[in-house]
Design a protein around this ligand. Structure first.
Ligand code: KE4
Length: 429
């Protein structure tokens, strides 16, 4: 990885940590991150010419694989008509109508440039709509880097949050309550004690930022019931799960209708695009109609929207989603079988086109259980797989993603590398 090492050294002279997003720096797994030069389908190549089967997919957006011809053509054609106008365009109307068709709870939609902007706006419009300040989030869920969401649990479940990042004022964190994911009883207790002060609950309806943790039976239902009973806004952060765990997102998979939904990743197909949508009466609080301000120079950017529309057209093809889910399932079954044969404590599970790999006997159902996973074993596995030409997320606390470009050859290569990696782990290497 000589060129990547030289590039990483150079990058660190001018960019904090040498990266433009922290997880890319490999600090959780150690070593030098490969500098990726290009991607095609399920494969990416690094600056030294090494090929990898890619299960990061830019952290979810590349559901149709890298450089899909339909997406590249749509981007080229849009770019030739101009990159940005700062004026309304027909494509944005098409995107809003398509999102409302695919996710019926989206009566009104506002396009933004990232998942962070979408969740930041969702919190603000929920507070504007209810006139309340407190929000509830869950330990282990990540909703982007807006101040109000960079908060960790206070000393007790009902005590107010503390900043999880420097630079977030204690006063801002104090309005965020952090509960345990999947703990429905804690949600009920919190609403019983402070329901009238809660503007919103924001949740990853299937959590993908503490590795993959699925909602327990009744958890999302409890959130829905408590928010409805106390007039709080239920926000499903579907930036990762949207068009990933089901064609209509987690709200379709689990049959729960939120008041607001945030989207990102897949809807931009790899270009910067996010969205916030939901009940008309809440969304109409947004400027220019209502008193909640929100804006963006490049919001609804025509090139990004073109990439997103082309990607969403691909995702809607008959059988597309079932094939994607089957690929993720086959990957998980194959990895679990290889680990069992090597005597390594390991489990895996998938939800639609996303999956979790765990160095523990069973998939975790809470943040505490995720913390029981053998992180050292994951790191050794990660590097053995990277050396074998398979690129998983460089952290034990991230979910993985397949694309429609992942087929039998990619699976075969992955399971061959996994057999060697688990054998080495089993031998205590
Ligand atoms: P962005 O601002 O990164 O587009 O979206 C933030 C966000 C919001 N909500 C959820 C559920 C998310 O998963 C994310 C971003 N996900 C991470 C992956 N764990 C992005 C990768 C990164 O931070 O580099």
């Amino acid at each position: 990885m000589k060129r990547s090492q030289a590039l990483f050294k150079r990058a660190q002279l001018r960019i904090p940590g040498g990266v433009n997003s922290p997880v890319r720096a490999f600090r959780s797994v150690g070593g030098t991150p490969p500098f990726i030069q290009r991607g095609k389908g399920a494969t990416v190549w690094d600056a030294d010419g090494n090929a990898y089967v890619d299960y990061v997919g830019s952290w979810g957006p590349l559901i149709a694989g890298h450089a899909h011809p339909d997406v590249v053509k749509a981007v080229q054609q849009a770019a030739e008509r101009g990159l940005s106008f700062g004026a309304p365009t027909e494509a944005e109307v098409e995107m809003a109508e398509l999102l409302a068709k695919l996710v019926p709870s989206l009566e009104h939609v506002r396009l933004v440039n990232s998942g962070t902007e979408a969740t930041m706006t969702a919190i603000r419009v929920a507070r504007g709509h209810t006139g309340r300040s407190k929000i509830v989030k869950f330990e282990g869920c990540y909703h982007g880097h807006a101040d109000a969401l960079l908060v960790k649990a206070g000393s007790g479940a009902l005590t107010l949050g503390q900043p999880s990042s420097a630079g977030v004022p204690a006063a801002v964190a104090a309005d965020t309550l952090v509960l345990d994911y999947n703990d429905a009883a804690a949600v009920e207790r919190t609403f019983a004690a402070a329901g009238a002060e809660i503007a919103a609950v924001i949740v990853e309806p299937a959590a993908g930022n503490m590795n993959l943790v699925l909602p327990r039976e009744g958890f999302l239902e409890t959130l829905r019931a408590c928010c409805s009973a106390h007039g709080a806004v239920l926000i499903f952060d579907e930036v990762m799960t949207g068009f990933r765990v089901a064609p209509g997102g987690a709200q379709q998979r689990y049959g729960i209708q939120p008041d607001l939904t945030t989207l990102g990743k897949v809807i931009g197909g790899g270009m910067p695009l996010g969205a916030i949508g939901g009940r008309r009466e809440i969304m109409q609080k947004l400027a220019p109609l209502g008193p909640v301000y929100q804006a963006g120079t490049l919001s609804g950017n025509p090139v990004a929207v073109a990439a997103g529309l082309a990607t969403l057209r691909l995702v809607q093809a008959p059988g597309y989603f079932d094939a994607l889910a089957a690929t993720a399932q086959r990957l998980c079954e194959g990895l679990a079988r290889a680990a069992r044969e090597a005597g390594v404590g390991f489990s895996a599970q998938s939800a639609g086109g996303m999956f979790g790999l765990y160095f523990r006997e069973t998939p975790p159902a809470s943040y505490a259980e995720v913390m029981q996973c053998d992180r050292e074993a994951f790191n050794r596995f990660f590097h053995a797989m990277l050396a074998g030409g398979v690129y998983f997320a460089p952290s034990a606390y991230e979910a993985g993603f397949v694309s429609s470009a992942h087929g039998a050859p990619e699976l075969e290569r992955t399971l061959k590398a996994a057999a060697a990696a688990f054998a080495a782990l089993g031998a205590g290497a």
